[in-house]
Design a protein around this ligand. Structure first.
Ligand code: TYD
Length: 205
């Protein structure tokens, strides 16, 4: 059986981790071997990058930030994701290159096409078989996040305007690659979302 690379994307507070866990449990129940991963921080090296890029206080130049995410990604893909796909496993990952295009490209000042090319270089051109975008408006996402917030996070601390650009960036990406994306309204009930995701993933198995 060929491996599959499935990614979850969406704004902060969109419920990606809940849905990726539910999908992981469902696929495991079908007898598939699932590797669950995330960016930033899917590897030991990545955890160190994650500390820097998410929790370090003070300015980080936008290109430096983009390179840090790309470094985390390069290592995660080379050491976790590609080996798993080569074994025929399913990889379910919270966030991938679309996060960089939406946050570092649309959200910040960098050119989205350059940010995408950087990630493609970092990963040897690996694109997901399916990307689930959990779309949520900024205020609803923020309200969910405030309930869960525990630590200072550089990106979560950005203004609502930044998050609105990120959301639009994601929707533009999905419109440009409709075959790769499944866009769902993140305010739907958890079980309804899970069912929609399972139905789409079933077509790939
Ligand atoms: P994380 O704590 O993983 O939370 P969640 O995915 O639940 O929102 O936060 C990751 C943060 O990193 C998030 O604010 C988006 C940001 N990010 C980027 O800006 N660029 C990237 O390439 C990635 C992978 C994440």
């Amino acid at each position: 059986m060929p491996g599959l690379f499935l990614t979850f994307e969406g704004g902060d507070g969109s419920g990606k981790s809940t849905q990726s866990e539910l999908l992981t449990a469902w696929l495991t129940g079908q007898g598939r071997t699932v590797v669950h991963s995330r960016e930033p921080g899917g590897t030991d090296f990545g955890l160190e990058v994650r500390e820097l890029v998410l929790h370090r206080r003070g300015h980080i130049a936008p290109r430096a930030e983009a390179l840090l995410y790309a470094a985390d990604r390069a290592h995660n893909i080379a050491t976790v994701v590609r080996p798993a796909l080569e074994r025929g496993d399913i990889v379910i990952q919270d966030r991938y290159l679309d996060s960089s295009v939406a946050y570092q490209g649309a959200g910040r000042v960098l050119d989205p096409a350059e940010v995408r090319d950087l990630s493609l270089w970092a990963t040897g051109g690996l694109l997901p078989d399916l990307t689930v975008l959990l779309d949520i408006d900024v205020e609803t996402g923020r309200a969910r996040l405030d309930e869960a917030r525990t630590r200072y996070d550089r990106l979560e601390a950005e203004a609502a305007e930044f998050h609105a650009r990120v959301r639009q960036g994601y929707l533009d990406l999905a419109a440009a690659e409709p075959a790769r994306f499944l866009v769902l309204d993140a305010t739907l009930p958890v079980e309804e979302l899970a069912e929609g995701i399972r139905a789409r993933v079933a077509t790939l198995l």
